[in-house]
Design a protein around this ligand. Structure first.
Ligand code: 13P
Length: 344
């Protein structure tokens, strides 16, 4: 796979009016989602839920790629069509989460390091055969009121992200580099700005040292927002301006696109923030897009509730959400669009 083919895949993933669905919840994370609707976390229920999302044809125009989990990439529709083929046939690029989750960092009281580098070259080769064309790795950075994150945690997570990205490109897979500064906590938006900026500087330094081609890489960052428990929450314009300021300072113009995570923001707020960025900042060097998990799925998951008779309704809700985020890609989303009648 040449560097130009990697760049082409990365550009397709950030094509206008489209974005990425993160449906790569690990078996333990999907357990939380399914238990919220009282559905048992069985292999078949996980498969049925993913089939609902992947066969929602009205969402397809707004979805450029879908990130799968190892189990999901090996699954098929009830009719026997492998999920990777089902997506590719709808012009949706299949991707795969390749990290093995955030574990306690040695000699640190509570910070985390993401594992999964051992054997990754071999897993990448298998994922290519199964139809994946891009990958994702998430590093987790926590802010606390005193001294976290430490330079130690930032350095080792950036190093792992770059090691992963280099291995991904070697296999012909576009890496989505996800250093997530968590929004848990009471910190204000200025603290989020400072920590996000520190994080991104260290990450891009590591990517350069490890020879990662930026043209064939996407960045998946958090937005700059106040902690979820901070009494003073910023408005959408302030979130948009501070996020763009940080990105301009840290992300080289060679990166084709930035695909935000939602991180616990509501569906409507995730859309409004992305929209404000694209409405207020028209000449940026990279595309600003989405790679949402909860912010694309929350209402659809609730509407499904585990019942086959609700599949159509849930798909309509998901497709509507995807369309609103598609509009946010060009700054043309309006809050009134939330109230559009959504019927199956
Ligand atoms: P959220 O949008 O729910 O934060 O999920 C995105 C993701 O892929 C986290 O790794």
């Amino acid at each position: 796979m040449s560097a130009s083919q990697l760049a082409l895949t990365a550009q397709k993933l950030v094509a206008p009016n489209r974005g990425i669905l993160a449906a790569d919840e690990s078996a333990s994370t999907i357990e939380k989602r399914l238990s919220s609707i009282n559905v048992p976390n069985t292999t078949e229920n996980r498969r049925a839920y993913r089939e609902l999302l992947f066969t929602a044809t009205k969402a397809a125009p707004y979805i450029s790629g879908i990130i799968l989990y190892d189990e999901t990439l090996r699954q098929s529709t009830q009719g026997g069509v492998p999920f990777a083929k089902l997506l590719a046939d709808q012009n949706i690029i299949p991707g795969i989460k390749v990290d093995k989750g955030a574990k306690t960092l040695a000699l640190s009281e509570r910070e985390k390091i993401t594992e999964g580098l051992d054997g990754l070259r071999e897993r990448h080769a298998e994922y290519v055969k199964l139809g994946a064309r891009f990958t994702k790795w998430r590093g987790v950075i926590e802010i606390d009121s005193n001294d976290l994150p430490s330079d130690y945690a930032l350095d080792v997570n950036a190093h792992a992200l770059a090691r992963y990205a280099a291995l991904s490109q070697e296999a012909g897979l576009v890496p989505i580099v996800e250093p997530e500064v968590l929004m848990d906590g009471t910190h204000d938006i200025e603290r989020s700005r400072i920590v996000t900026e520190r994080t991104l500087h260290v990450v891009f330094d590591a990517l350069a040292r490890q020879r990662v081609s930026l043209e064939g890489t996407l960045l998946k960052p958090n937005m700059v927002v106040a902690g979820a428990k901070c009494a003073k929450q910023a408005g959408a314009d302030e979130v948009a301006d501070m996020t763009v300021t940080v990105l301009r300072r840290c992300v080289p113009a060679a990166v084709p696109g930035i695909v935000f995570l939602s991180g616990g923001q509501s569906e409507a707020l995730s859309t409004a923030h992305l929209n404000a960025m694209n409405e207020r900042h028209k000449s940026l060097p990279w595309q600003l897009s989405f790679s949402y998990g909860r912010a694309l799925q929350a209402s659809a998951l609730a509407a499904w509730g585990g019942s086959p008779s609700n599949v159509g309704k849930a798909q309509t809700i998901y497709a509507h959400r995807a369309r609103l985020n598609g509009a946010a890609r060009s700054g043309t989303y309006k809050p009134e669009m939330e109230k559009e009648r959504v019927s199956a």
